[in-house]
Ligand binder design. Structure first.
Ligand code: FAD
Length: 367
């Protein structure tokens, strides 16, 4: 039986980057995943010739030159720039809020006119000490943008009306007084040609991977295979939920193949009214400028999370923060296990940040 320097639990981005670095340093690794595929939540699969993002749309963006150079070693990136649009009862607005949005909303043309309009609406609302998310949003961008572009969408995202959500959720709102529809401020962005799965497969080249293996179901035997473990599964599950379960917000995807070559003309369309039950529709082919005869769309429904559901977004409130701190103390005491990634650290990580975290952990570990 082979013995390895590292058993890596999870073939997602964190596990794949750590494995790649360990291999480079001359260490041996066994990577396992309980799913039947590598790449974790950034997994993409071909449907009708189109790369479909099974666990939600992923757009790579970073301002770190080092991370950009790192990922470009494993994939070529296309020139996709995220420019979502909002559909409010059939009215289309550009996002993030910018001069195109303000022109459509009010007919204003110059930044000075747009600023004056927002100021006028803030003044009219007369909110000095926002007590909930509705008051906070109006005090930041005025009534019209709140009513058409924030109220319904945010309510659906959180499963509660904005008047029942705390003000701190939106400390700032991205408002731009230029005609720039690029959603991200990052220096670099794009989608890997051939999809994210191929990129992760390249990272794992020459490394042994076993799929459909649940670490927690066979922990003792698997631990015996390696000197150390890198664990990227849920931290509370590792400890048998002994302090209670950490909570998440989940998303349900309804994916459909349509017999048309272009359904909505954009990769991402947010439905910002309260009546449409889904938050957005992703049309996958537009991430790669696809010209296939058919198209694949995914409607996204933001849902309450129940244990056993796919965990997506950690809930950043006091209760879950305090519970995670206790699990973190238990994790720190495990000298032969490195806990990492979005589930191992109970943290929302963009892809570039998870790569940085894995590279940092590998540098600390491997020297
Ligand atoms: P994961 O990808 O979750 O990998 C962990 C792996 O561990 C999984 O494959 C899992 O099956 C495995 N595992 C868990 N438990 C066990 C076990 N007991 N035994 C064996 N295997 C186990 N980031 C961006 O930069 N841009 C975006 O546009 C973007 N969009 C997103 C959209 C959504 C809906 C979500 C939720 C996240 C998005 N992200 C985005 C963040 C991105 O998904 C994460 O940065 C990335 O997936 C984190 O990788 P990871 O390796 O930490 O976790």
């Amino acid at each position: 039986m082979n013995h390895y320097d590292y058993l890596i639990v999870g073939a997602g981005l964190y596990g794949a980057v750590f494995a790649q670095e360990a291999k480079k340093a001359g260490k041996t690794c066994l990577v396992i995943d309980k799913r039947g595929h590598v790449a974790g939540n950034i997994y993409t699969e071909k449907v009708e010739g189109i790369q479909v993002h099974r666990y939600g749309a992923h757009i790579f963006h970073t301002s770190s030159k080092a991370v950009w150079q790192y990922v470009n070693r494993f994939a070529e990136f296309n020139r996709y720039t995220n420019s979502p649009v909002a559909n409010y009862h059939g009215e289309i607005y550009n996002l993030p809020f910018n001069m195109n949005t303000f022109n459509k909303m009010w007919g204003v043309v110059t930044p000075a006119e747009a600023k004056a309009k927002i100021e006028e609406q803030k003044r009219e609302a007369g909110i000095t000490d926002p007590k909930n998310l509705e008051e906070q949003a109006i005090s930041l961008v005025g009534t019209d943008i709140y009513e058409k572009l924030i109220k319904g969408y945010t309510g659906k995202q959180w499963g509660r009306p904005c008047t029942e959500l705390p003000a701190f959720i939106i400390k700032r709102l991205p408002v731009r007084f230029t005609y720039d529809n690029n959603y991200f401020n990052a220096l670099y962005q794009g989608i890997p040609d051939g999809g994210y799965t191929a990129m992760v497969e390249k990272m794992l080249e020459g490394i042994e991977v076993r799929l459909n293996v649940d670490y927690l179901a066979d922990r003792e035997n698997l631990n015996a295979l390696a000197d150390k473990v890198v664990y990227t599964g849920p931290v509370d599950a590792y400890f048998g939920y002994r302090l209670g379960a950490l909570q998440y917000r989940s998303v349900r995807f309804e994916t459909e193949v349509l017999d048309t070559d272009n359904y909505q003309g954009n990769a991402v369309v947010n439905y910002t009214d309260a009546e449409t039950p889904y938050t957005r529709i992703i049309e996958h082919k537009h991430f790669a400028f696809g010209t296939q005869p058919k198209t694949v769309i995914s409607r996204e429904y933001s849902t309450e999370w129940h244990q056993g559901d796919e965990p997506y977004y950690p809930v950043n409130d006091e209760k879950n923060g305090a519970l995670y701190a206790k699990y973190k103390a238990l994790a720190d005491a495990e000298t032969k296990v490195i806990f990492g990634g979005r589930l191992g650290e109970y943290k929302y990580y963009d892809m570039d940040k998870v790569i940085e975290a894995a590279l940092d952990a590998a540098a600390r570990e491997l020297g």
